[in-house]
Ligand binder design. Structure first.
Ligand SMILES: [Zn+2]
Length: 281
């Protein structure tokens, strides 16, 4: 059982669903994520920030996932989320990541295209896929906060040029969602989504900031051609809520494992709920 890239997952799931891309924040939540996908017989994208990959260690992360894929027989893509460091992306691919996101969205379009194209060449030569970004999604990306007012919607002409010239497999589009949004719901520009979706055939549209999207809007996004949906904040937030409860009543002799299990179970529930939500009915 090998890890798969985005292109393979998109092809296998065409007309069936958008694939959930869940941020692995720590090793503890990893088995629960894959068990959730297994119970639904659905594919899953596991993604990490560069910070998390360095925290866990590239080798430990990749070998743990390979072991779980072998055990559970699930279709899995391991993807590096938002990364501006091309050397780090090469390291990820060399370590066994099957997909990476090069985020050049803060650069002028031509420079974004040039760098993304370089990453695509390296990735494709190693059977890995690439996600790019045009426009700016609001909220915190790797600690750098982009305010909602400064978020820039993806321009359809720019996106078309970007996809054609870089050969990316997936593109993150800014249509009104915000990273880290969990207190309110986003206002999505569906007119723009429809335009992007009809202009960009053959490339997977990616929705970031999935936590801040209502279920109704999410179903509409998937029906309008979204292929990958990122869920990060909800996992982080829920894990903290659960461990806050258990740790606050723990004694020095309480088994740590028992303090983490409710949080791991909650992760599994979220993966299952979201995976079902992303299915096309
Ligand atoms: Zn993102």
């Amino acid at each position: 059982m090998m890890l798969q890239n985005l292109k393979q997952l998109f092809e296998d799931n065409e007309g069936k669903r958008a694939i959930g891309a869940f941020n692995v924040h720590c090793l503890e939540m990893l088995p629960a994520m894959l068990e959730g996908a297994k119970d639904l017989e659905a594919p899953i994208i596991l993604q990490t920030s560069l910070g998390t990959a360095e925290y866990i260690g590239f080798d430990l992360l990749v070998s743990s996932i390979e072991t779980l894929v072998e055990r559970l027989d699930v279709d899995v893509c391991l993807h590096m989320d938002h990364c501006k460091d091309i050397e780090a992306l090469k390291k990820a691919i060399d370590s066994g990541y099957t997909s990476v996101m090069y985020d050049g969205s803060s650069l002028p379009l031509d420079e974004n295209i040039k760098n993304t194209k370089f990453v695509v060449e390296y990735a494709h030569a190693n059977d890995a896929s690439v996600e790019g970004e045009v426009g700016t999604i609001g909220g915190a990306e790797e600690g750098v906060v982009v305010s909602e007012e400064d978020a820039i919607y993806t321009d359809p002409a720019d996106a078309y040029k970007f996809v054609r010239e870089t050969g990316v497999d997936a593109i993150a589009v800014a249509i009104g969602t915000t990273h880290g949004q969990y207190k309110s719901k986003a206002k999505i520009n569906f007119e723009l989504l429809e335009k992007l979706s009809s202009n960009l055939k053959g490339v997977g549209l990616v929705l970031h900031g999935g936590t801040g999207v209502s279920d109704e809007d999410m179903r509409r996004c998937v029906a309008n051609g979204m292929k990958k949906v990122n869920v990060g904040t909800e996992l982080n937030k829920s894990y903290i809520e659960e461990v806050n409860k258990t740790f606050s009543t723990a004694t020095p002799l309480t088994s740590l494992r028992k303090l983490l299990l409710p949080a791991n179970n909650r992760i599994k529930d979220i993966v299952m709920e979201k995976t079902e939500l992303f299915q096309l009915k």
